[in-house]
Structures are given as C-alpha cells and as structure tokens.
Design a protein around this ligand. Sequence first.
Ligand code: PBE
Length: 267
Amino acid sequence: ETGASFGSEVNYEIIGIDPGAGIMKATADALDQYELTDWTLIEGSGAAMTAMLDKSVKAEKPIIITGWTPHWMFAKYDLKYLDDPKKVYGEAEEIHTVVRKGLKEDQPVAYEFLDRFEWTSDEMGEIMTAIQEGTDPAEAAKAWADSHTDRVDTWTKDLQPVDGDKLKLSYVAWDSEIASTNLLEYVLESKLGYDVTALQVEAGPMWTGVASGDVDATAAAWLPLTHADYWAEYGDKLEDLGANMTGVKTGLVVPAYVNIDSIEDLK
Ligand code: PBE
C-alpha cells in the first residue's frame, strides 16, 4: 500500500482530539515538517476519536488518529505508532504535577502528597480499563486505591489529615487524566481529609487556572514537548513538582493491519 492509496482511503484526514491538546499542535507541526500538504487534521474530542477508532477497527477499515500512551486503546485494539524520524512528537516525554505558587505554605499536606505522587503507566492502565469497561471513574479510582494500599501509603505516609480544607484540581477529559485526577481526588479526600473539586476544563484553562492561583494543582502537564507552549507562557507563574509518570508517548497511530509504518509514508 502506498501513502497515496492509504490517504485517499481515509480521505486524507487524521482524526484528532480537542484543539487545545498539545498533540494537535505537534500534529500540525508534523504535517508541516513532513510536507503532508494534502492532509487535514480533524478537531474533535478524545471520546469522539475513540468512537471512530472503534468503528473502523470493527469494520477493519483504515484510520489514522492522534494517539498517546498510556491509553486503554492499546490494550483493546492491535495498534501501532507510525515512526517519527524527525522526532516531531519528542522523545522522553513525562507527565508532571504542577501546583500554584504558595500551595506549599497554604496546604503543606496536599503539597507533600502531590510532590510524592508518582506511578506507572501499567497502574494507570488498570483504572483506565475499568472505566472503559463501564465502571464510574470515581468508583474505578476508589477500587484501585483500596486494592493498592501499599502504593497509596507510600504517598501519604505520616501526613496528618486536614479537616475538610478545600482543594481544586484541574484536568482535561483525556482518558489518562480522567484516571489520574479521580485517583488524586479519592486519596486527598479519603486519606487526607480534603474537600476536593476537580474541574474538567480545556487545556488552556487547565494551565491558566494553576498559573493564576484559582486552581491548586493539575497532574496533567505533559512535558517537555506536548505542553511546551503552555509551559513557555505559564511556567514561571507556577511550581513544577516533577514527573508523576515517565516514559509516556504521543504520536500518529494506526491499526496494525494498515500497511504504513512511518509518517514519511503518508506523503
Ligand atoms: N494528550 C493526553 C494530551 C496530554 C494528555 C496527549 C492527548 C495532549 O495535550 O495532547
């Protein structure tokens, strides 16, 4: 199969997600750098993208999406990343926890917990899969925390719970961030005594909320590349607590039965 025939089969459309996602910016850069002038990146949402992927895989039809790891779709379907020889999607990507300035002084317990919090993509995958199979996100996070008390204990050990202090988290409705934010909300409330509001917003407001101090924290900062623009604009107005997960990835993804292996083949 040539790039031209694959392209015409999918109408030269890459199925993207919400316009504020870093992966959309990276994909626009990819179209530019690989000179894929015939191609269009379609905006939508994570949920719309996975619905289209599901439909295509069931019909064994070609499709190309903006994808990322960790994500349940790699467990459910046989998928592959297209090679990215120009490294437009970066290399050693991480998910960071970032907090508002002053949180350390105002809420030292939440700050210390958020600073300690780090886990693996396999662990996140367990919550994501439960949600994808129909469990309510809050229930899935609770079930995971209650069955991994050793992990939760390493993040909360010796921290003195507060008495209903309010804490605000922001996140975007990406499947990976739905899993992490629900877990943080559950642990902060059930183990550390906080009254948590988790605000589901677009990517821009997720960053501006923490930078302005309206929001206390987000665990959904993909760095150094995916959210590089947001970091450049807001990085000096917030505090980066470092990686809560390493070895994450973004890129262009196709079903394994598609006979294309590199972004260069799309030309
Ligand atoms: N993602 C998932 C996000 C970050 C988390 C890769 C879709 C993005 O900004 O692209």
